[in-house]
Design a binder for this molecule. Structure first.
Ligand SMILES: [Zn+2]
Length: 298
């Protein structure tokens, strides 16, 4: 278990042992902290037929099936964009039958805030009156989008976010190459996204990004060239720009107006590209062009 989540895991495991676990848990927390892994591991614990002292045994039939991804009483609802009512109905149907193994059934709904209104309504009865030995885990990083009726029927578990030191320590066990300290700070509260960014070598790295900015400030590269090079990842690059400008602003004892303006512009740009139909490369190009003029300004 991720170190920053282990205390929560232990607490829930203890409550299960004491038969005090709520049947519907809402695991709420930001993206990239490991909620999905947490839910899967906790499900494995719930399903294990011989778990002792809050640990799954790892060798019973249920554990072996779970490890192989074949446990018949473990169900998941996964969706890229939206969870439709049919997905929920199908999941409820699976839960309504009797368990095939030890008696416990688990349903995990990832990104639960993407449930439509009818999906949410379809789930209400199960949340209220679940079949015996049934546990539901709803995961979300946007709980404000969940219907109040869903929220009121779940016990909310706030998943802890690691601090920078925890992220650094964990990262050192996952990644043996040097990492830019700024980059660790940028993703300190989303360690899994941080690691994912590092592993995707074909993408623009933070080092390349920073070097690119120096190139345009020193007039070695045309901003539009850079915008074109980064066109596949405009949204991410804009977030990085916002963060980078934030750092530049923080480092100045006397803040030049131009820099402050640029930071504000970056914040707006990050929001703007979320709208459909916006020419993202153009937004990026404009911001890079303005950054390229930083040096010439007093
Ligand atoms: Zn087991």
């Amino acid at each position: 278990m991720y170190p920053w989540l282990s205390a929560t895991f232990t607490q829930l495991a203890q409550r299960k042992q004491d038969n005090k676990l709520h049947h519907a848990l809402l695991l709420q927390g930001s993206q990239g902290i490991g909620k999905s892994d947490f839910a899967k591991q906790f499900a494995a614990l719930l399903l294990c037929s011989k778990n002792v002292q809050g640990q799954r045994c790892g060798v019973c039939h249920a554990c072996l099936l779970q490890d192989a991804g074949n446990h018949p009483d473990f169900h998941e609802v996964i969706s890229e964009k939206q969870i439709g009512v049919d997905q929920i109905r199908e999941a409820i149907k699976k839960l309504s039958g009797s368990a095939q193994l030890s008696g416990t059934k688990v349903l995990v709904i990832y990104a639960a805030h993407t449930m439509t209104e009818s999906s949410s309504n379809a789930l209400l009865k199960t949340l209220e009156e679940p079949t015996a030995n049934t546990f539901l885990m709803l995961l979300t990083h946007k709980s404000e989008r969940l219907l109040p009726t869903i929220l009121s029927r779940c016990e909310r578990i706030i998943m802890p976010v690691p601090d920078t030191t925890q992220t650094q320590v964990w990262l050192s066990t996952q990644w043996d190459k040097p990492v830019d300290a700024e980059f660790v700070n940028l993703y300190a509260s989303s360690p899994l996204i941080l690691l994912d960014e590092l592993q995707q070598e074909h993408k623009v790295s933070y080092e390349v990004f920073k070097a690119g900015l120096q190139d345009i400030i020193q007039q070695r590269v045309n901003p539009s060239q850079l915008a074109a090079d980064w066109q596949e990842q405009v949204e991410k690059i804009l977030k990085w720009l916002q963060f980078w400008l934030h750092l530049q602003v923080k480092r100045q004892s006397e803040l030049p107006e131009a820099l402050w303006q640029l930071h504000q512009q970056a914040i707006k740009a990050v929001k703007r590209v979320r709208n459909p139909g916006v020419n993202k490369v153009l937004v990026l190009n404009q911001l890079l062009t303005d950054i390229s003029m930083l040096k010439s300004k007093p």
